[in-house]
Write a protein that binds this ligand. Structure first.
Ligand code: HEC
Length: 229
């Protein structure tokens, strides 16, 4: 009888395992549901909730399936310290990438280059009011990224953008130009979009190539150009 009791202490019963499995299943269900509840994200609660739930699940698995609950206390301490260490590393990494205070935007802060350019552009934009409602044209920030990633800087300079070639006109004060493409088009968003779509069709032989931009890129680039001080 005594042997049986101490045996029970070292091994959870079959129904014990099933209860733990059900509990794990329920925690997972809560995790999945939490993922889809929009307000939790807006309140920045999703990450803490998921972290807490996974810590509970991890401890449950460790305690029951790995028998830590039934073995010497020292194993539980090892396990707990490991868990705390892992959590600290994750939290440190999240802090480092600003994931904690600005979720979803880690890479912008790891790579300081675009941030620096945005800050410079912002400074130069002080006191400058765009001629058009830029938001109705496109996304200025994406346009700034396309301006670099689609190779425009190979030939154009622009305020707030590092480097830039001199084959094409410097795009500073873009909106103040009365015409574009050497006087062939008026300086309006529609005309700029037409130009970006296919410069060669408007001015055969121009040094500006067709850069195979899609409609969204064209709109974002146009908004960016009109945002330039
Ligand atoms: C190979 C060099 C080259 C590249 C790359 C290039 N351009 Fe140009 N771009 C030119 C030249 C040259 C002109 C002057 C056109 C002319 O009048 O013949 C020009 C003119 C323009 C104009 C009209 C401005 C004006 O005042 O005439 C806009 C807008 C423009 N480029 C935007 C862009 C954008 C946005 C990109 C990237 C998607 C880009 N360009 C890539 C060479 C280039």
């Amino acid at each position: 009888m005594a042997a049986h009791v101490s045996g029970e202490e070292h091994h959870p019963s079959e129904s014990g395992y099933i209860r733990v499995a059900i509990a794990l299943f329920l925690f997972t269900t809560i995790e999945v549901i939490a993922f889809y509840v929009e307000p939790l994200r807006l309140l920045d609660l999703l990450a803490p909730i998921l972290l807490l739930l996974s810590a509970i699940k991890f401890a449950t698995v460790g305690g029951w399936y790995m028998h830590l609950k039934f073995d010497s206390k020292i194993f539980m301490v090892f396990f707990g310290v490991g868990l705390a260490l892992a959590a600290t590393v994750i939290l440190l990494l999240m802090t480092l990438t600003s994931e904690l205070d600005r979720p979803g935007k880690p890479f912008q802060t790891i790579n300081t280059q675009p941030t620096l350019q945005a800050v410079q552009a912002e400074e130069q934009t002080k006191g400058f009011t765009p001629k058009y409602d830029l938001k109705s044209i496109g996304n200025v920030e994406l346009g700034r990224e396309f301006f670099v990633s689609r190779g425009c800087t190979g030939c154009h300079q622009a305020p707030g953008i590092q480097g830039g070639g001199q084959i094409g006109p410097n795009q500073a004060h873009f909106s103040e130009r009365p015409t574009i493409a050497g006087g062939l088009l008026p300086n309006t968003p529609e005309a700029v979009e037409k130009w970006l779509k296919n410069p060669q069709a408007i001015k055969p032989g121009t040094l500006m190539p067709d850069l195979s931009l899609n409609e969204d890129q064209i709109r974002d680039l146009t908004a960016f150009l009109y945002s330039l001080p």
